[in-house]
Design a protein around this ligand. Sequence first.
Ligand SMILES: [Zn+2]
Length: 317
Amino acid sequence: MTARPDLGPPPNLGYTGSRIDRAALLRADDAALSDLGRDPRARFYLIGGELVVMKISGDTCDPLFTAEDVKSFGDARETVFLGLLDGAPRFGIGLEAAAVEPLKTRADLKVTDLRTIAVHGLVAADHLPPLAEAKAMLGWHARHRFCPNCGAPTRPVEGGWRRDCPSCKVQHFPRTDPVVIMLPIDGERCVLGRSPRFAPTMWSCLAGFAEPGETIEEAVRREVIEEVGLTCGKVKYFTSQPWPFPTSLMIGCHAQALSREIVVDRSELEDARWFDREEVALMLLRKHPDGLTATPPLAIAHHIIRSYIENGSDVLR
Ligand SMILES: [Zn+2]
């Protein structure tokens, strides 16, 4: 492949580019937070487990509720101060999953998961980053009700950005789990894999959790060996993406493949193989003769692959 292919304008990377100022200094100021909660401009995202509650508004949905609306849904399990949008307070409200289930039958509401919302563009794109922030934070609260140190019930403080244990006094902070996601490259070829969960025609990057005690580069090399048996040399960071399922940070990389023979770990992947750069370009353009596709633009894998198609092995420079 010689000329740089025209893949069209670069698509948005999902859940990124938040316009919200997290205003972290306000988190410790209980009086200020209380005032912000009563501010007439305050709006609330409602989440119960994996589900987001939204108002149906014409062809799309509005995921923001007023304080008055929120009261009608019953007691909030947790509230997280997300920040300020042009000075207007934004909060995430966690509802009991059981309280959300009956809302599915209401004609004025749409209750669905965040992936569906993102894939089908059910809300204005500006809402995706704060929804990701709210979902990850409220999911963290739901899974950290008890102190991992002593087992006592913990309580949320600092606008929902910390949980304290009243018994052993340990403070618990929300976590983000690093996942490396990478494209091994050998000149004009790269390796894509398929998870059994994927749509039948879709191929994507390899990925796995970074482990304690390793660098991003080491995690990339280990995951590539484990999943497809290839040795990698140089690893180049590309970009990252919050992935609130439940609380991951995807760390996108390109990797220089040093060996050629693929041995697929069938416990992780359905298949993996080398693809020519030109073939992958057709997959991105949805013009592949066999109908094969790459991950859609919402996900970081699309952007990692696209950068390689546009720039070739220069991505490793
Ligand atoms: Zn404790």
